[in-house]
Design a protein around this ligand. Structure first.
Ligand SMILES: *Cc1c(COP(=O)(O)O)cnc(C)c1O
Length: 419
């Protein structure tokens, strides 16, 4: 199976949509234009594989198939069953997992199901603190997680921003949580899954791996897999995997029943079967050498980009990255993350402000930026191109000419469109 990297971000509204809803058709055409003229560096975004898009708009979009293959609550599910079994088998093979549930509608709903499978309301959970890069499903008071469970947060060290495993162990011994969650949204280094497992075993806690940010890297063997260590692994199919927007759960055969029941019927009704079909395609593509080469380029590019930012006076946290993700401190340049995000967006470089661990700036402004190379690499950008992006961002942060840099960004974006 081939992976198409010559992705066209240009898009024309089909006649049926233009006729039915010209207002929305115009809006989508304008969005396609915005996307094609700028470079998407938001860490969670990617360009969905064209083959996945085709599966998403296929006939399973209409199919109701509550339950699991062989045990549906609706008739006419034989082919939907076959599609889901394909997705499940491919996910199991891709991640070397005993069991896979491909139905979660998002990373967050997969997290909800992981908690539901292992915990009871009020249980204590040790997870990366939100201030240090934990996802909102790791105890935000505005999220189900923070309302239904008691969260204790671990973090990174102030001197080098690396995870403090000694602190994780200390907190685990002190609080004896029912579960430990490993993973976050802005941590650019590989995690030591064996160390997390050892700590969890010492206090008899479950280990939940939140790998939404790095799912593709794990699939391609470019990041260590949590699957042999974690009780439940949570993954996202729309980030590095270039699949449909959605979640994935991996676990042992022993926990399969609990995980499946935690998705349906506990937290979802019928799965989106077109998304399940799209996931099957994405899992097949992620197993190819081309996919591995694409992500290797994303990681190499992120490293070069981080080096360029460092040279411009915006040091990347932890000194660099092991992944597609770069988190950099713009405070040293006298900027807030908000101002940096605004300047880059004005020049067509879409990245996000990011609260840093120990950030002195208020959360609405922050001292950091966070970006990822997954989408530009999917569009075929070479490592040198990503290094140049780092230089362009560095110049913008140092007050360089926005109009001139914006023109260069449009040139780079147009070149990608012609790949
Ligand atoms: C993206 C992400 C999630 C949630 O995924 P959604 O699909 O947006 O709900 C959870 N955890 C981490 C670490 C993520 O990066």
């Amino acid at each position: 199976m081939t992976v198409t990297h010559d992705v066209q971000l240009s898009w024309t509204a089909p006649a049926v949509l233009r006729e039915a809803d010209p207002q929305l058709a115009d809006l989508l055409s304008a969005e396609a234009g915005r996307r094609a003229e700028s470079l998407q560096l938001l860490a969670g975004e990617n360009v969905t594989s064209p083959a996945v898009l085709a599966a998403l708009s296929g006939p399973l979009v209409d199919k109701y198939a509550e339950g699991y293959p062989g045990h549906r609550h609706h008739s006419g599910c034989a082919l939907a069953d076959a599609a889901e079994l394909l997705a499940v088998d491919r996910a199991k093979r891709l991640f070397a997992a005993e069991h896979a549930n491909v139905q979660p509608r998002s990373g967050t709903s997969a997290m909800l199901a992981a908690y539901a499978a292992l915990l009871r309301p009020g249980d204590l959970v040790l997870a990366m603190s939100l201030e240090h890069g934990g996802h909102l499903s790791c105890g935000s008071r505005a999220n189900f997680s923070g309302r239904w469970f008691d969260f204790i947060g671990y973090g990174v060290r102030e001197q080098d921003h690396l995870l403090d495993y000694d602190q994780v162990r200390e907190l685990a011994r002190l609080h004896r949580p029912k579960a430990i969650v490993a993973g976050g949204i802005s941590y650019p280094r590989h995690l030591d899954w064996a160390a997390f497992r050892e700590i969890a075993d010492e206090v008899d806690a479950y280990l939940i791996a939140d790998t939404a940010q790095t799912t593709g890297l794990v699939a391609a063997g470019l990041a260590p897999s949590p699957v042999p260590y974690a009780d439940v692994t949570v993954a996202a199919t729309h980030k590095l995997l270039r699949g449909p927007r959605g979640g994935l759960l991996l676990c042992s055969e022993q926990l399969a029943g609990r995980v499946d029941r935690a998705v349906f019927p506990f937290s979802q009704g019928g799965a989106a079967m077109n998304e399940v079909a799209g996931k099957a395609v994405a899992f097949a593509q992620a197993g190819t050498p081309e996919f591995g080469a694409y992500l290797q380029r994303a990681v190499d590019g992120a490293r070069s980009l981080a080096g360029a930012l460092d040279g411009a006076g915006a040091p990347p946290l932890t000194g660099g990255t092991d992944t597609q993700l770069v988190t950099a401190d713009v405070g040293a340049l006298g900027l807030t993350g908000l101002e940096a995000e605004r300047r880059c967006a004005a020049a067509g470089l879409m990245l996000g402000k990011c609260a840093l661990p120990y950030d002195p700036a208020p959360p609405a402004e922050t001292s950091g930026i966070r970006l990822g190379t997954g989408a530009v690499a999917a569009q075929g950008m070479a490592v040198e191109g990503m290094a140049e992006l780092g230089e362009l961002i560095g110049r913008l942060l140092r007050g360089g000419p926005g109009a001139e840099i914006g023109a260069r960004v449009r040139e780079l974006a147009a070149a990608l469109g012609e790949n």
